[in-house]
Design a protein around this ligand. Structure first.
Ligand SMILES: [Zn+2]
Length: 456
């Protein structure tokens, strides 16, 4: 065997056991005891996870008159150093373009740069009969999941588009994922706040209240139930929205939700940080209250929330300052791809909120299944891709922008102490990150043609 990870504790969504993992080429070829290989890594006292899968990132995203600070290289180096071996980004349709053209252009951007494997969710913004006809074609071409924005100028889709795409994706083994916020209501609230001179970052949160999310969640669920289609909510932030999801799941519908570490760990008090510091947390949906956090942690533990993603969309403080005069001009987004695993481990497993198996399930196995990557990715078994993370559960790290790899010049988690950190990341048999040093090459990552989704 080319590489053997010895004496580690293997963690999957269902098991925790001590064994060696043997790798030949890009695949796991043996799990057992006393394995030997050309290169051996001693993982005594360490956990061995399947590579993490972040189904929600935005590298080099043009937004609000600027472009998110990480390109596909920077962003995937950061991901790798945070234990993430697969990302799914978006190919957002420009007006008048076909989905095929959109995806081709996005791949041309990503392919030379990506350091880990990646997939794309086509995002429909300009719906026509031709675009609808492309939905099954995209699924067949390895992109079974579609993003629809229910908000944002230029991107927001109407209910007819949402209904028709749900039908078409659902009927062909695909799935629609939505950004759920009521566009017209929040536009009204924004205008009212700005007219009252309420322009500071804090009013970003006030302009997008929880019921704005909850209404959109409820509406999308109605269309999903009527079309009998699976539906995924990106970055769910509120208890009010979660309640509609739980109710639909209790009725037996395949409704899925992702939340992000920022909604699990931060609250809207952050918007009051001095010196325009609140802008760091301007993202949509906005940070919520402690009661929302509690509901989200509970949903993650009980299974009503199935996935954690990062919504990694970093901007530098200089970029954030585009909105110094008024919060509506602050580019929306924050970095997170590199910190999700250590935070989820330390705050989730370390504090008894979720089990070790559940951590692997929500950040690897479930995204693999829901997004058509399973079983090649998302678990540790003979025959699967050798995407692995060696994780030191005892390593104590103070999160700081100084020791992260992304290009944003701040992290929302600055100064937060975590116990447990990824130490080695392996992608298809290659050690690509070792103790914070990236060892891979730009362009080594591959576009993964994903399969039809597995309902979970
Ligand atoms: Zn996003």
């Amino acid at each position: 065997m080319d590489l053997v990870i010895r004496n580690g504790t293997i963690v999957t969504a269902s098991d925790v056991f001590k064994a060696d993992v043997g790798i030949s080429g890009e695949k796991i070829t043996a799990i057992g005891h006393g394995l030997t290989g050309e290169r051996e890594i001693d993982a005594e006292g360490k956990l061995v996870f399947p590579g993490m899968i972040d189904p929600h990132v935005h590298m080099a995203l043009p937004f609000g008159g600027t472009v998110s600070a990480d390109d596909f290289k920077d962003g995937t180096v950061a991901a790798a150093c945070g234990g993430v071996t697969t990302i799914i980004d978006f190919a957002i349709q420009a007006k008048g373009k076909s989905l095929a053209e959109t995806v081709e252009a996005r791949r041309a951007e990503a392919d030379p740069d990506v350091c880990i494997d990646y997939g794309l969710h086509p995002a429909i913004t300009d719906f026509t009969p031709e675009v609808l006809a492309e939905v099954p074609e995209m699924i067949a071409a390895g992109m079974p999941t579609f993003k629809l924005f229910m908000t944002y100028e230029g991107w927001a889709v109407d209910d007819g588009t949402l209904f028709a795409t749900l039908e078409a994706a659902g009927a062909n083994g695909g799935m629609v994922g939505v950004h759920a916020e009521n566009y017209k209501l929040l536009m009204y609230l924004i205008e009212r706040l700005v007219a009252e001179g309420k322009t500071a970052p804090r009013y970003h949160a006030e302009s997008r209240p929880d019921f704005c999310e909850a209404e959109a969640v409820a509406r999308a669920i109605l269309w999903a139930e009527q079309t009998n289609s699976p539906l995924y909510f990106f970055h769910l932030s509120s208890r009010a929205g979660l309640e509609y999801i739980i109710a639909s799941r209790d009725r037996g519908f395949p409704i899925y939700a992702e939340t992000c570490t920022q909604y699990l760990l931060l609250t809207d008090e952050r918007y009051d940080e001095p010196d325009f510091g609140g802008a760091k947390y301007v993202m949509s949906p906005p940070l919520r209250k402690e009661a929302d956090q509690k509901a989200l942690w509970r949903g993650l533990a009980t299974g009503d929330i199935q996935v954690v993603g990062s919504d990694h969309c970093p901007f530098t403080m200089e970029q954030k300052r585009l909105g110094e005069e008024v919060f509506t001009k602050i580019p929306n987004g924050a970095p997170g791809v590199e910190t999700t695993l250590p935070l989820l481990y330390s705050e989730g497993v370390g504090k008894g909120r979720i089990s070790l198996n559940r951590l692997v399930e929500v950040f690897s196995t479930n995204p693999a299944k829901l997004f058509g990557l399973y079983p090649e990715k998302g678990t540790i078994a003979v025959g699967t891709d050798a995407d692995l993370v060696i994780f030191d559960p005892d390593r104590e790290v103070t999160i700081s922008v100084e020791n992260l790899h992304m290009k944003a010049d701040y992290t929302p988690y600055e100064g937060m102490k975590v116990k447990g950190y990824p130490v080695i990341t392996i992608s298809r048999g290659e050690v690509i990150c070792e103790h914070g040093q990236f060892k891979g090459e730009a362009g080594r990552g591959r576009f993964i043609a994903r399969k039809r989704i597995t309902r979970i």
